[in-house]
Design a protein. Structure first.
Length: 352
């Protein structure tokens, strides 16, 4: 599939495009010659960061608006050929502390978007970033798309609802939607200002290693996870948008192979040039234990067979690139208050 042929000169909306995955997608779309419009509300505590698109700032349009604003969404979907729908409340712990906001963004707002498509642009291709999180504690491994859904947190419920709205709008109204259930994603432009580890293990570990602080592994460290490099996820999103075979389908997007938390720690320490015993072990804090799913990794056979996508980036190579980026651009990501101030200073946005 020649992605340049598919996306060149097409109008592409990236919702959540100032965030980690969205901005990497926007960068790639610019390279492919697409006309990119980003919507992002830059909600605090998430990955939205104007710096993420600094090197393509003059080649993308940015509209700082919120997916909870139905009227704005009605307006912004018009005329778009492709819509990549990535905006979300992404913190699992955050979803337990503030379940209604999580529901508003991840579930209710998805209906705004799909209604906007139905009424104003029913032919736009919509690709939604879903999550493996709602499979819950796996009943078997690797987890395929037929695995029962049993969320362990509110975020799992709302992401499942968001995904299923996309499927219902395809079946009921023929809106051309696809959902990708992502495993843990890592890579350049990921959030680093999260000192508390609320955004997930890999962000937290990368931050700690960069700060030269010892890592802390909860539990036995034997839980298995798969990690997928952001460029591979971008390739999966673009491939899903390009294929009619993807319409009305959900696909797992997993990593190359599962590894344990302890192995992940070894990879991180090696990539950062730190000694291999630069970590300690501790029991799970209760709020994490309550929503932990144990070992989980995905079976991505379905997307491989249907669309020809497989992950290609080896963890060691991916982490090396991640650290190189994080070190070079650390100041733009490190301190939450500073990041917010920089946003205000650099935010010369235009409406669409
Ligand atoms: N990163 C992962 O490991 C992972 C795994 C599974 C699924 N996902 C999904 O992928 C998507 C992107 O995640 P990410 O890691 O890039 O997170 P991120 O926080 O870096 O990006 C999300 C973006 O959405 C924006 N946003 C949040 N609420 C908004 C709202 N109400 N209106 C407009 N914009 C809003 C944020 O400002 C941010 O820029 C999310 O939907 C997430 O659930 C991510």
């Amino acid at each position: 599939m020649d992605l340049e042929q598919v996306y060149r000169d097409k109008r592409v909306l990236v919702i959540g495009g100032l965030g980690f995955i969205g901005s990497n997608l926007a960068q790639r779309l610019v390279k492919l010659g697409a006309q990119v419009l980003i919507i992002d509300s830059l909600v605090p505590d998430h990955g939205g960061n104007v710096y993420n698109i600094a090197n393509v700032r003059d080649r993308v349009s940015v509209n700082v608006s919120d997916v909870r604003d139905q009227h704005a969404i009605n307006f912004l979907v018009r005329g778009q050929h492709y819509i990549f729908n990535l905006a979300g409340q992404v913190s699992h712990i955050g979803s337990m502390e503030d379940p209604l906001t999580d529901n508003d963004i991840n579930a209710r707002s998805q209906v705004y978007l799909l209604e906007a498509c139905r009424r104003h642009n029913p032919r736009a291709r919509v690709v939604y970033t879903s999550t493996r999180q709602f499979y819950g504690v796996p009943q078997y491994l690797p987890v395929d798309e037929a695995h029962p859904v049993q969320p362990t947190d509110v975020n799992g419920i709302t992401k499942w609802a968001g995904e299923q709205y996309h499927m219902v709008y395809h079946r009921a109204y023929g809106i051309p939607t696809t959902a990708l259930r992502l495993t843990n994603v890592y890579g350049p432009r990921q959030v680093l200002k999260d000192a508390e580890g609320r955004m997930g293990v890999i962000y937290h570990f990368v931050r700690k290693v960069l700060a030269g602080e010892k890592l802390r592994v909860f539990g036995s460290g034997e839980q298995l996870r798969d990690y997928v490099y952001v460029d591979d996820v971008v390739a999966a999103l673009l491939t899903a948008g390009a294929h009619d075979r993807a319409l009305g389908e959900v696909f797992n997007v997993g990593g190359l192979r599962p590894i344990s938390h302890l192995q992940l720690v070894q990879h991180l320490l090696a990539a950062a040039g730190l000694p291999d015993d630069w970590f300690d072990m501790a029991p799970f804090p209760p709020e994490r234990k309550a929503i932990d799913v144990g070992s989980v990794y995905l079976d991505s056979t379905k997307i491989g067979r249907a669309l020809g996508w497989t992950p290609t980036t080896d963890l060691a190579a991916g982490l090396e690139r991640t650290f190189a980026y994080c070190k070079e651009h650390k100041d733009a990501y490190w301190d939450a208050e500073l990041v917010a101030t920089l946003q205000e200073g650099s935010l010369q946005v235009e409406n669409g």
